[in-house]
Design a protein around this ligand. Structure first.
Ligand SMILES: Nc1ncnc2c1ncn2[C@@H]1O[C@H](COP(=O)(O)OP(=O)(O)OP(=O)(O)O)[C@@H](O)[C@H]1O
Ligand SMILES: [Mg+2]
Length: 360
């Protein structure tokens, strides 16, 4: 006999079936608090009003006001944390499997029901749900933490880039002006002039390096001209540095993403291009950005050797994982499609907020 008190909701319109379930439950559970709803409307009322959560819901799949999949969706939508066990007369194994994939914990046929099968199913489902809920909560915490780290990293990069550009950059420019003034004052004393010229040369190189560092930390073009201009800039820099032919096609320049989406999409592209340069051996890259059915689709395809899954699994590297995480942060999906020998395809699909992109 089970000692813990079980709060159970039985959603069942057939009085005879309910009495049978009730009898089975009282036979196996010492402490059971039973609630009964006879249709889906009543069930939703009970679920919405209940202050103490149910341990389990037993759900008949054919109610007078709702049946089948739509009933499952409705019940799960109001009580995602409670295990739902479907009890039905449908002798339909395929439907049973399908209901499990919809989030149902177990599927029992009424004709084969015994107090023991019902008892086991309730106890197992309840324990399983506790474990999966704890896992989901921990995964959510880990994702939130990763997101906060990622945001903090981007903020920090932005801060450092600004400081390099505004503070150090200004100081070096000031130094260069002072050196030029000194050179003028010095007249034509040639030895001194040579030294000053060489110092001006060093300062120029430092200014150039600082700009480059700041730009790598946070490309100015992304904030000033937006994502598409920044991707074009990235592609043209990549083409020059790597001697790999690149083609870029953007079909709709009016689409706008928010700042967090923009920086994450840009970082995904940066990693994709770094990977192409490091690993692919490609001679050509194609970038396509287009709007499709309310989504922005970005595709980066190379004609290199393709991504070898065994390399990915063996490697401790973070590039592809970070790309996936960044896509998750912004509610996008990232598919990496590659067969060895035929190159790789990175496809990022970002749902568009249609209010902002109403004309696109
Ligand atoms: N475009 C590509 N073509 C061929 N192989 C690739 C490509 N992109 C990634 N790979 C393979 O996938 C592996 C994992 O990529 P990932 O970006 O995660 O790591 P990495 O580039 O090796 O290191 P990191 O990005 O952490 O500096 C690479 O080591 C490489 O074998
Ligand atoms: Mg990489």
């Amino acid at each position: 006999m089970e000692k813990k008190q079980f709060n159970i909701l039985v959603i069942e319109d057939n009085e005879g079936d309910f009495l049978l379930v009730e009898e089975f439950l009282y036979e196996k559970f010492e402490e059971v608090n039973l609630n009964h709803a006879k249709n889906s409307r009543q069930a939703i009322d009970v679920l919405s009003a209940k202050s103490v959560p149910f341990d389990v819901i037993l759900l008949d799949l054919s109610l007078p006001d709702r049946t089948g999949i739509s009933l499952i969706y409705q019940v799960i939508s109001v009580c995602a944390d409670v295990p739902v066990i479907v009890l039905t007369g449908y002798d339909d194994f395929d439907f049973g499997i399908k209901s499990l994939s919809l989030g149902v914990s177990d599927y029992l046929l009424k004709d084969e029901l015994t107090s023991l099968t019902l008892y086991k199913s309730i106890v197992y489902s309840s324990e399983r749900k506790k474990i999966t809920s704890a896992l989901e909560a921990s995964e959510k915490r880990a994702r939130n933490y990763a997101k906060q780290l990622n945001d903090a990293l981007e903020d920090e990069r932005l801060r450092i880039a600004r400081e390099i550009h505004d503070d150090l950059g200004q100081q070096f420019s000031g130094l260069k002006m002072s050196l030029s003034a000194l050179k003028r004052l010095n007249g034509s004393k040639s030895e001194m002039e040579e030294i000053i010229d060489s110092m001006i040369g060093d300062v120029n190189t430092s200014i150039h390096s600082l700009r480059q560092i700041a730009n790598e930390l946070r490309p100015v073009i992304l904030d000033k001209l937006g994502l598409f201009a920044a991707i074009e800039w990235l592609v043209s820099g990549f083409e020059k540095k790597n001697a790999i032919e690149c083609h870029i096609q953007i079909t709709d320049l009016m689409i706008t993403l928010d700042k967090v989406q923009e920086i994450n999409v840009f970082r995904i592209c940066q990693e994709a291009f770094t990977n192409i340069s490091k690993h692919s051996g490609a001679s050509e890259v194609e970038v396509l950005i287009e709007k499709r059915y309310g989504e922005l689709v970005l595709r980066i395809a190379d004609n290199g050797k393709g991504i070898d899954e065994t390399n990915v699994q063996k490697s401790l590297s973070m590039g592809l994982i970070n790309m996936q995480e960044r896509a998750n942060f912004i509610g996008a999906t990232l598919n990496i499609d590659s067969t060895p020998g035929t190159g790789s395809n990175i496809i990022l699909t970002i749902p568009l907020n249609d209010n902002k992109n109403i004309n696109s």
